[in-house]
Design a protein around this ligand. Structure first.
Ligand code: ADE
Length: 349
C-alpha cells in the first residue's frame, strides 16, 4: 500500500472535526491558517468562531476598521497577523472582486502569506498539487526517512520539500496535506509519539533505528533577549492614561500605558528617580503596584506597573468604561483587568 494511502486512511478514521475542514471557501481556509500560525487549535477555536460570526466574508472584513479587527484578535498575540489579514482582505475585496488567487505562486504575493500558508490555501481550497511543509509535516517526514539534516536550515527544508513532493497524492492534494498535518498533530507527536499504534511503523526509519526521540534535529535558537518595561498607571476622574503604540517594535498598533523602557534591571528606588525625571513628577508619586514576566518567541519581557502621574502630552485619558473596547497586549490587559475588575472580552459577549 502506498504511504499516501495509509496516511489518508488514517486521517479518515482519526481526524478532528474542524469547521474550516467542512468548507472549500478560501476566505475561511485562509483565515483559519493565519489564526493557526503559532497558535494551537483549542486556543484558536473560540477566536475563529467569534471572528467568523462578525466577519463572515472577505468583504465584511475589508469594510471594518483595523481597530475592530485588533479587538477581535486581542489575546491571540502576534498582532502583525491581524494587520496583514486586514490589508489582504482589502486587496481581495477592492481589487479582485472578492476572489482569492488560486495558486500558491500568486497567493504568496499577498501580505502575511508565506510559503506554508500559500500552499495550504492553494491545496485545501483550490486543489493545487503542492505539498505543505509545517512543523508537523517536517517531523513526520524527518522520522519516516530518518533525515538528520537540521530542519530549520535551508538544506533541511530542501530535502524535506523534495520528499514531500514525491509523497504527495496529486489526485487529492488537499486531503493528503491535511492528512499528514493531522498525523503529525495527533499520532507522530513531538514527545511520546504513538508508535505502538502507528500504521507507518513498519516503514519508518526512525522507528527501526531507535531515533524517533532525536528527530527532527533542530539547530539551537538564539538566546532570549530580556527587556525591562516600566508602565505608569495614571487614573484620574474616572479615566486612565493610555497611548497607541507605533513603530516597528512589538505590539505595533495596540494600546498601552505610558512606558519607560530601561536597558537593565535597576533597584526600585533608582527606577522611581528615573521615572520622576522622565515623567516630570516627584519620585513619591510613583509606587510599584505589580510586576510580571511575559515571554514572546525571541524576547523575555519583564513588566513593572507603577501607580503614578504623567502629563497630558504623554497620553490621552480614556474613560475607564471605554478601556475594554481598545485592544491591549495580553499582559497589560490581564494586569488592568485584575486591577480594575473590568469584565474581559469573553464575558462581554
Ligand atoms: N494547523 C495549521 N493548519 C491546520 C489545519 N488546517 N488543521 C489543523 N491544524 C492546523
Amino acid at each position: 500500500m502506498k504511504i499516501s494511502d495509509i496516511l489518508i486512511d488514517w486521517y479518515n478514521a482519526n481526524k478532528r472535526d474542524l469547521p474550516w475542514r467542512r468548507t472549500s471557501d478560501p476566505y475561511l481556509i485562509w483565515l483559519s491558517e493565519i489564526m493557526l500560525q503559532q497558535t494551537r487549535v483549542d486556543q484558536m477555536m473560540p477566536y475563529y468562531e467569534r471572528f467568523v460570526s462578525r466577519f463572515p466574508s472577505v468583504f465584511s472584513l475589508a469594510e471594518a476598521d483595523l481597530d475592530e479587527v485588533f479587538k477581535y484578535w486581542e489575546g491571540l498575540g502576534y498582532y502583525r497577523r491581524a494587520e496583514h489579514l486586514h490589508r489582504t482582505a482589502r486587496i481581495i475585496a477592492g481589487e479582485r472582486q472578492g476572489r482569492f488567487p488560486s495558486t500558491a505562486k500568486d497567493l504568496i504575493k499577498l501580505p502575511g502569506i508565506g510559503p506554508y500558508t500559500a500552499a495550504a490555501v492553494a491545496s485545501f481550497a483550490f486543489g493545487e498539487a503542492i505539498p505543505v511543509l509545517d512543523g508537523n509535516v517536517m517531523r513526520v517526514l524527518a522520522r519516516l526517512y530518518g533525515e538528520e539534516t537540521p530542519v530549520n536550515t535551508e538544506a533541511g527544508k530542501k530535502i524535506l520539500t523534495e520528499a514531500a513532493e514525491k509523497l504527495l497524492d496529486r489526485s487529492q492534494p488537499g486531503l493528503f496535506n491535511q492528512a499528514v498535518m493531522e498525523f503529525g498533530a495527533l499520532q507522530c507527536t513531538p514527545h511520546h509519539p504513538s508508535c505502538n499504534s502507528c500504521p507507518l511503523a513498519g516503514r519508518c526509519v526512525a522507528y527501526a533505528t531507535g531515533k524517533t526521540a532525536m528527530l527532527p534535529v533542530k539547530l539551537k535558537k538564539k538566546p532570549l533577549r530580556t527587556r525591562y518595561l516600566h508602565y505608569v498607571i495614571h487614573i484620574r476622574n474616572g479615566g486612565i492614561a493610555v497611548r497607541r503604540r507605533s513603530g516597528k517594535d512589538i505590539w505595533n498598533g495596540l494600546y498601552e500605558f505610558p512606558l519607560m523602557e530601561l536597558p537593565g534591571e535597576e533597584a526600585v528606588t533608582k527606577v522611581r528617580q528615573i521615572l520622576s525625571k522622565r515623567f516630570d513628577n516627584p519620585a513619591e508619586a510613583f509606587v510599584l503596584i505589580g510586576r510580571r514576566v511575559h515571554l514572546l518567541t525571541h524576547q523575555r519581557l519583564k513588566l513593572y506597573f507603577w501607580r503614578g502621574k504623567v502629563s497630558s502630552k504623554e497620553a490621552e485619558i480614556i474613560d475607564l468604561q471605554k478601556v475594554s473596547t481598545l485592544a491591549f497586549p495580553v499582559p497589560l490587559k490581564r494586569f488592568l483587568d485584575n486591577y480594575l475588575n473590568i469584565p474581559n472580552f469573553d464575558n462581554e459577549r
